[in-house]
Design a protein around this ligand. Structure first.
Ligand code: PLP
Length: 397
């Protein structure tokens, strides 16, 4: 008899043969600058915990105290019996931080994109998406019955071409939704959101920005890309983000008008049909917003370390691409070179993973580093020294 599960082993084996299978590393303790990976003490250089908030004492204390006061779980989805005072307070505080009329918190950023995008545009509508948008946007778009168009990466001229072409569509589209990442995570480049919004407006298109890597990094006090470009809520109607990166916890969110939030919480299936954040998570997110409001030094430190690192790496002769953010790719060419560099860095005490084809072009394999505000000056020097040593040994410099 034919084994109906034979494909599982076959497809997995193919990935292993191509060396494309994920080899899970084990973090034996907190995600701090010096951490334990597979039992070795190394400098963390690739986590999304930009500001070190996942170990901030106030944020940890808030989580512990909410577990004591509200329990380990919320008991339900938010629209039924799982909507706690902490969830409501988090949304009020986030909206105030974002200077928006309202915010809505989802379980994750992925759940936000998957739950909201297909509701904002459906049958008879058009979604226009940057070609390098994150996978969770791509999946959200796939769940929509809208027609789809892709424009060349951050190419506003190409976006205008698509939007102008859409004017001639018959029957006329009911709605048009333009979606872009705020910061693109492979190269660290920032979407030209001001020009995207200007291109969308004359066509009556809504603009949706996924600012997962801009939260806590860009804008005034880390308020994100909408603040960075000083745009209004009339220009960018949906600002989406995550608590899983610079905020150091987990959770997705949107900010915009009260109408947007009222609509989203009645329509987003991931929000309606999936359990709400445990109290400890909601309280930790709330404390993270509080820390960002009251301790601007973390964002400042992140940028000062970023500038020093980029300058030193370029000075050594590495190709660090055109990043404008604390994501610094170290581009080395073929996959094998990126893997060798990552391996040697690990031996020298720096943890940064290679990013290879198919995530980036075949000749653009890289180590993707992400700066962390919690690194000391000495830690930064140690990491730069390791890149110097490994780069010379592998004849990359
Ligand atoms: C990380 C990321 C997400 C997913 O966020 P989670 O909260 O981790 O689910 C969505 N979009 C972009 C652009 C991201 O980088």
């Amino acid at each position: 008899m034919r084994d109906p599960t034979a494909f599982l082993r076959q497809e997995y084996d193919e990935l292993v043969r191509a060396d494309l299978d994920w080899k899970l590393r084990v973090l034996g303790g907190p995600s701090t600058p010096w951490c334990s990976i597979d039992g070795k003490r190394v400098l963390m250089f690739c986590s999304n915990n930009y500001l070190g908030l996942s170990n901030h004492p106030k944020i940890k204390a808030a989580a512990i105290s909410a577990i004591e006061s509200h329990g380990a779980g919320s008991g339900s989805v938010r629209p039924i019996a799982g909507n706690m005072d902490i969830h409501m307070e988090l949304e009020r505080r986030l909206a105030a931080f974002k200077r928006a009329d309202a915010s809505l918190v989802y379980q994750t950023g992925f759940a936000t994109n998957a739950g909201l995008i297909p509701q904002l545009a459906g049958d008879g509508d058009l979604i226009v998406s940057d070609e390098l948008n994150h996978g969770s946007i791509i999946d959200g778009v796939r769940l929509s019955k809208a027609e789809k168009a892709v424009y060349r990466h951050s190419d506003v001229g190409d976006l205008e071409r698509v939007l102008t072409g859409a004017e001639h569509h018959a029957p006329a589209y009911r709605r048009i939704l333009v979606i872009t990442d705020g910061v693109f995570s492979m190269d660290g480049d920032v979407a030209p959101l001001d020009r995207i919004a200007a291109a969308a407006a004359p066509h009556g298109a809504m603009v949706y920005v996924d600012d997962a890597h801009g939260e806590g990094v860009l804008g005034e006090g880390g308020r994100g890309i909408v603040s960075h470009f000083r745009l209004s809520r009339e220009q960018v109607q949906v600002e989406m983000g995550t608590f899983s990166k610079a905020f150091g916890v987990v959770g997705g969110h949107i900010s915009g008008s009260r109408d947007l939030v009222n609509f989203a919480y009645n329509k987003s299936r991931t929000w309606l049909l999936s359990g709400s954040h445990p109290p400890g998570v909601a309280a930790a997110c709330l404390a993270a917003v509080d820390v960002l409001e009251h301790e601007p030094q973390h964002v400042e430190r992140l940028w000062s370390l970023t500038r020093r690192f980029k300058k030193a790496m370029a000075g050594l002769g590495f190709d660090i691409g055109h990043s404008e953010t604390p994501i610094t790719p170290v581009i080395v060419g073929e996959s094998a070179r990126a893997k060798a560099l990552s391996q040697r860095l690990f031996e020298l005490g720096v943890f940064a993973l290679p990013i290879v084809f198919p995530m980036v072009a075949k000749d653009k394999a890289r180590i993707r580093t992400i700066m962390n505000a919690a690194l000391s000056d000495a830690d930064l020097e140690t990491a730069i020294g390791a890149f110097d040593t490994a780069g010379r040994e592998l004849k990359l410099l």
